[in-house]
Design a protein around this ligand. Structure first.
Ligand SMILES: Nc1nc(O)c(N)c(N[C@@H]2O[C@H](COP(=O)(O)O)[C@@H](O)[C@H]2O)n1
Length: 173
């Protein structure tokens, strides 16, 4: 079985003797990664900006604007968290669909993201967040991993499209 090469990670020093920084091989799948996304009529600096702003499109448009202007994904995240009470009541019911829409747009619009997604072959994709057991697998590695699942669904779609195209081309010969 082909193992996916994830360079750098084996060398990561975690004993506290140095402060290491450098994004990991598949950092592009992270919503905080610096890939713009055109969605709902605007070009967002990152998918995190788009997702966090979406909380407030209907309930507090001024906050959505503030998030659009946020200088980093982290700042976008913090503004949304500080105003969580202004999100719509049904947010938890709609947030996975909204995230999937944004992440799909990010993938379609950024060829490098699509390339890296396909490089994951058919391995499990996990947002290995130690603190978020909804979008990631969380502290005990048994969380819902909804963001990882979205990426795996999109990868399945891409692979089916490629398979269909190859089948059709084969059929035309
Ligand atoms: N890279 C990164 N840094 C963080 O600090 C994070 N929390 C995440 N995770 C992303 O944060 C978003 C949390 O969504 P909710 O507001 O809790 O619904 C989501 O985009 C996670 O993927 N990533």
């Amino acid at each position: 079985m082909t193992k996916i090469k994830q360079f750098r990670d084996p060398q990561l020093v975690t004993d506290g003797s140095i402060v290491g920084f450098y994004p990991r091989e598949f950092y592009v799948l992270d919503n905080f990664a610096s890939f713009q996304v055109d969605w709902c009529g605007r070009r967002w600096p990152t998918s995190e900006h788009a997702y966090q702003a979406a909380h407030f499109f209907d309930t507090a448009p001024e906050l959505a604007e503030q998030i659009f202007q946020a200088r980093s994904a982290h700042e976008a995240y913090k503004i949304a968290k500080a105003n969580a009470d202004k999100a719509p009541h049904d947010w938890d019911e709609i947030k996975v669909d909204i995230m999937e829409e944004i992440v799909r747009a990010k993938c379609e619009q950024n060829p490098y993201v699509k390339q890296k997604l396909l490089e994951t072959l058919d391995e499990e994709i996990v947002e290995d967040s130690p603190k978020d057991a909804f979008w990631g697998w969380g502290e005990n590695r048994d969380g819902r991993n909804e963001l990882g699942k979205i990426w795996m669904r999109l990868r399945d779609e891409l692979n089916s499209e490629t398979h269909e195209m190859n089948t059709n081309q084969g059929g035309n010969q």
